[in-house]
Design a protein. Structure first.
Length: 552
């Protein structure tokens, strides 16, 4: 229930939408019940009048029936419109809220999660939370209010009938849903977990399909997906059986209410204490009133699935960010003078020291080449400089001020990075480049691409800079993706330019040209250049060259 209250607090900006949806649902329900009851009374009264020859005013009840029909039709449309609009607004708000909490955790706080799992949480799990409003809040509030109104209405005709009706409504609207919830809660949680595992498996397998085919592991992974699919189908079949049983129980309660009304009203009609037409009206009213509680068993049946989705969301939201942002951040002035003083660092999931008592001084507008074997800590320098991970000991100084006194996002605005693993969005080359500078002119873009030795390739494409790169750049070779990533970094107006293995995937001739252009670019732009590489060629003219040894 704690998670439910947390969700309801998140709905606060849209309380007026939620209230309007509940009001329209209530009006529509009351109009529907009134329509059936009035129609029963009117048809019966007209039949009696026809037999007895008694005059009857049929204009008023006919108008009321038409009004109820119009209200029901218009109310149903408006209720669907408003409740779905409210739901879509809530889902949009929840996704933005989730992303805003997710972003500061990356990458350190998310390294234990698969990309497919995160996608499942931000899409499917948040979609599941629409149950909270549409299938829980609205039906429960409407059922509660309408049941009280039904009881009051029936009390004017027969208090005992009203009490029986209320008892059966409580059984159908409280006892049956709680019973269903007990039967389905664990299964609902299992469905959420299985669906998440299935989505994650499919996404990860699609992303690595080439490797699976090359190494012949596709069959084993297909069998795993088949196993998860069968497991999900079994769980859903169990939920369907529970749903069928609950609906049958509700149908039984509604039928009992109908028979109870007949048994109580027939003697009253016989002794003259009730009009004959009231028999049909009260019988149909008793039957139609159960529309108010019909959605409740399904709402409570979905609680396990809904709460499991909410818990998966809050499990990430509640994670503590490893990076603590300053309350009053210091102002960053360029150019940047970077110092590492006795820095020791290891990843949270690894007990081995990556860096220990490390010292490095990088004056502004100079060039630095960092070499070393895999695992020696070259890429880790980038991670701690960008404040993706906190250091364990020592200091990192920017212009003689500890890096912890700067806002991380502001600091990153002054540093352009080309990591080893680059991401290109499924969009045009132009839009991927403009991620670094959204208002970059075509002249600036072409200049950066020429420096990265990719302009001629782009111009040779039929669509030029509007060429689509495909999912994660699959329409391009590794070297082409790398050079687009370099051009993107060059476009960013940054004080520091860092490139991690920038010539990876390039032929030697192109690599030499790119390295030469990078040094010239940094000199012209008065940038600090840091190149992390395993190649000696091209870095001889760096102001500093350091070699990191791998720790054992």
């Amino acid at each position: 229930m704690k998670d439910l209250f947390r969700l309801i607090k998140l709905f606060k900006p849209y309380y007026h939408w939620l209230a309007l949806g509940i009001f329209l649902s209530l009006i529509t329900l009351l109009a529907n019940v009134a329509l059936l009851a009035l129609s029963g009374w009117f048809i019966t009264a007209m039949a009696i009048a026809g037999v007895t020859g008694v005059a009857i005013n049929y204009f008023t009840p006919a108008a009321l029936i038409r009004a109820a029909a119009i209200i029901r039709t218009a109310g149903r449309y408006a209720e669907r419109l408003v409740t779905h609009e409210a739901t879509f607004r809530l889902l949009s708000e929840l996704r933005v809220w989730f992303y805003q909490h997710l972003e500061p955790l990356a990458p350190a706080g998310l390294e234990s999660y698969k990309s497919g799992d995160l996608l499942s949480r931000i899409r499917a799990d948040i979609d599941t939370l629409n149950n909270v409003y549409l299938r829980l809040i609205v039906p429960v509030v409407v059922a509660l209010i309408s049941s009280v109104l039904f009881f009051i209405f029936l009390s004017f005709y027969n208090p005992l009938l009203a009490l029986v009706e209320l008892t059966l409504l409580l059984i159908a609207g409280v006892i049956v849903p709680l019973w269903v919830n007990r039967l389905a809660y664990d299964t609902g949680k299992q469905i959420t977990q299985t669906q998440s595992q299935l989505r994650s498996a499919i996404i990860n397998d699609l992303q690595s399909m080439g490797e699976l085919l090359i190494y012949g592991a596709d069959t084993a992974h297909a069998e795993h997906i088949e196993h998860l699919s069968q497991q999900l189908a079994t769980q859903q079949q169990k939920m369907s059986r529970i749903s069928g049983l609950s609906q049958a129980t509700l149908g039984l309660c509604a039928s009992l209410a109908l028979w109870a009304s007949l048994l109580m009203i027939i003697p009253m009609v016989d002794n003259g204490s009730q009009l004959p037409a009231n028999l049909a009206m009260l019988a149909l009213f008793s039957l139609a009133s159960f529309e108010a509680v019909m959605p409740l068993p399904f709402a409570f049946q979905s609680l396990g699935e809904t709460f499991a989705a909410a818990r998966r969301i809050f499990n990430i939201i509640d994670k503590k960010n490893l990076i603590t942002e300053p309350t009053t951040p210091a102002t960053i002035h360029t150019p940047l003078h970077i110092k590492f003083e006795q820095v020791s660092f290891r990843y949270p999931t690894n007990h081995e020291w990556i860096l220990e008592s490390f010292n490095l001084d990088i004056p502004p507008q100079t060039s630095l080449a960092i070499m070393g074997q895999t695992g020696s800590g070259k890429s880790s320098l980038i991670n701690i400089l960008l404040r993706f991970y906190p250091i364990n000991a020592g200091k990192i100084l920017i212009n003689n001020t500890s890096i912890e006194h700067y806002n991380s996002e502001t600091l990153r605005q002054h540093i352009a990075v080309v990591p080893q693993q680059n991401h290109l969005f499924n969009d045009s080359i132009l839009n991927n480049l403009r991620l670094a500078k959204h208002n970059a002119t075509m002249q600036e873009i072409e200049t950066a691409c020429k420096a990265a030795q990719i302009h001629d390739f782009i111009q040779a494409q039929p669509e030029g800079y509007h060429t689509l790169v495909g999912e994660i750049g699959t329409r391009l070779s590794g070297g082409q993706r790398q050079r687009i990533a370099i051009a993107r970094a060059l476009l960013k107006p940054a004080s520091v330019l860092i490139l991690d293995e920038p010539t990876e995937g390039l032929d030697p001739q192109t690599a030499d040209k790119v390295i030469k252009n990078l040094y010239q670019w940094a000199k012209d732009k008065q940038q600090t250049l840091i190149i992390i590489t395993h190649r000696l060629e091209g870095i001889e003219n760096s102001d500093q060259i350091i070699n990191l040894s791998r720790r054992k």
